[in-house]
Design a binder for this molecule. Structure first.
Ligand code: PAF
Length: 303
């Protein structure tokens, strides 16, 4: 049975007697659930006894002029999906329940990791995410929490939050769920027109092409370059990828290759010794700002 609570007090009172014996998982969402969210819930069910799904369109993570008002709110359809997948509790609070004072005077600052990538165009976004996720962690006190890897920067920030604020919570990152044509599932995909939806898989296709180039060193073989990829060559590959994506009709906000903890690759020497990198991008297509990413290992030497 799936029970919905709208108040912190009701949810806490229900979970309190259960937590001694049972493992609790939290899946934080903003609702408008798609197959990607349902995968998160399935992961949570596989690893815990009780699954709490929060549905809250969090105003503190939206900037001025962003889509807070138009963000789709679909609680009854979401509830049906969560009943079907077997979530135990839905927590769907009002804004007043979560934030008795707006804007909330207490802040969670995510620091340098949040002032790059999506943070360049959304400078306060991750502080808002950090605040609401901290509150959800304090309210639910889960043993584990499941987040999607599509929001790669968000996941890195949440891992940092758990480390820095000493939350005793295992953070599980769940792989991106894609449509058959490769488009990463996202609530914002519904902002795409039919014509844009047909273009949208180009983002993943080009990120994947870059990942293959880096992993196999094909680009360097073709141009008889020296054995090790240099930072300049890496940047040239990135620029070509951005140009190809833009040529399809997207407008790339950023596309970068970073260490998987989202620190910069310092130089060619580090590039030569690092194996765990991530290609991470955000791009506008019409009114939709789409995210994608792919972890990759650069070929240490060419074949
Ligand atoms: O990823 C999301 O849907 C949101 O950023 C989250 C983690 C639920 C916080 O509002």
């Amino acid at each position: 049975m799936t029970t919905t609570f709208t108040t912190i007090q009701q949810l806490r009172a229900t979970l309190q007697p259960l937590r001694q014996q049972q493992k609790i998982a939290l899946v934080p969402t903003m609702g408008n659930l798609h197959a990607g969210h349902i995968e998160l819930v399935k992961r949570a069910k596989a690893q815990a006894d009780i699954v709490v799904v929060s549905i809250f369109v969090n105003p503190t993570q939206f900037g001025v002029g962003e889509d807070l008002d138009s963000y789709p709110r679909t609680l009854s359809v979401d509830t049906e999906k969560l009943v079907e997948v077997g979530a135990d509790y839905i927590f769907a609070p009002s804004v007043a329940e979560m934030y008795p004072v707006m804007p909330p005077p207490t802040q969670v600052l995510a620091g340098a990791i949040s002032q790059q990538l999506c943070g360049n165009s959304r400078p306060t976004h991750f502080d808002g995410v950090g605040l609401v996720v901290s509150k959800l962690f304090n309210i639910v006190q889960p043993d584990i929490a499941v987040f999607g890897q599509k929001d790669y920067q968000q996941l890195a920030i949440i891992r940092q939050l758990v480390r820095d604020l000493s939350y005793d919570i295992d953070i599980i990152g769940a792989p991106i769920v894609r449509a058959e044509d490769g488009l990463a599932l996202s609530s914002r995909n519904q902002y795409l027109s039919a014509a844009e939806r047909a273009i949208a898989p180009a983002l993943h296709r080009e990120v994947n092409r870059l990942a293959t180039q880096l992993a196999q060193g094909e680009h360097l073989v073709a141009s008889n370059e020296p054995e090790q990829l240099s930072m300049t060559q890496l940047q040239a590959l990135i620029d070509e990828t951005i140009a190809r994506i833009n040529a399809t009709g997207f407008k790339v906000d950023y596309l970068e290759v970073k260490n998987q903890d989202l620190t910069e690759i310092a130089d060619t020497t580090e590039l030569a010794t690092t194996t765990d990198l991530v290609i991470i991008t955000a791009a506008w297509l019409g009114n939709a700002r789409l995210l994608d990413n792919q972890e990759v290992s650069v070929a240490p030497k060419l074949r």
